[in-house]
Ligand binder design. Structure first.
Ligand SMILES: [Fe+2]
Length: 247
């Protein structure tokens, strides 16, 4: 159950809502059959090193780390729709989470990842690496520039395709505090045909993963913008995929 009856105030505790997240075993998403736990989960306490470090700082971020159009380019800009993705990282009380390391990775405009295990026949773009990172500012804001990724096929059912998406990781104050999710693009019909997305129980939860086209934040004659807020817990919590496995 979600926290619809909870009084929203500072310090209110929000139980993790497991009904908001997909069951670990969703057979239409075939790899979940082997990945899902077969035994009862064991709760492990954090160690001191997991709790205390590292702490991320702005000094570790390079000037092009949040610019996927330029951070791998050598002979020119990558091919594809120029895109801004921006938003805020918020806690369960809608307070900004500042200083959070946000990482993102994605396929290129043809739906091809730059990864040694990638087998899709779409071309590699020599000017596109497909990953970046940034740290949220005092208002919890993040921003990056990229090209819109393409859909790609994957070996699941006979003809399954992933909708265009960007993978996100949000770190807390230590490596043991990490949440991972995926962002989709408003208006994409492929979202509702994806076996991974369809593993999420409610349409409302899926919609937390869909970035809204924001014409006001777009740059005329240059770049379209999509807005994606990430909410860590509570009534408007983003659906994080690593909770599937009970982590
Ligand atoms: Fe992907």
């Amino acid at each position: 159950m979600r926290n619809d009856n909870t009084t929203y105030q500072d310090g209110a505790f929000f139980q993790r809502d497991r009904a908001w997240h997909p069951p670990a075993l969703t057979p239409d998403y075939k790899t979940s059959v082997l990945r899902s736990p077969k035994n009862a989960l064991i709760s492990l306490g954090n160690t001191i090193s997991e709790m205390t470090g590292p702490v991320f700082g702005h000094a570790m971020i390079g000037p092009l780390d949040n610019d996927l159009i330029r951070n791998y380019a050598t002979t020119g800009d990558p091919i594809g729709p120029r895109t801004i993705v921006y938003g805020r990282v918020l806690d369960e009380n809608a307070r900004p989470v500042q200083g959070a390391l946000v990482e993102f990775w994605q396929a290129n405009a043809g739906g091809r990842y730059r990864h040694k295990k990638e087998t899709y026949l779409a071309a590699i773009d020599p000017n596109f690496g497909g990953c970046g990172r940034t740290i949220t500012d005092d208002e919890g804001r993040y921003w990056f520039r990229t090209i819109k990724p393409g859909a790609y096929p994957w070996p699941n059912g006979v003809n399954d395709w992933r909708p265009a998406h960007i993978h996100f990781s949000v770190f807390g104050h230590a490596f043991a505090q990490r949440l991972i999710t995926q962002m989709y693009f408003e208006g994409d019909p492929m979202i509702w045909q994806c076996p991974i997305v369809m593993g999420i129980p409610s349409r409302e939860a899926v919609e937390t993963l869909i970035a809204a086209l924001d014409r006001e934040a777009s740059l005329p004659m240059d770049t379209l913008a999509y807005k994606f807020d990430i909410v860590l817990r509570g009534r408007r919590s983003t659906m994080f995929e690593n909770r599937r496995e009970g982590n």
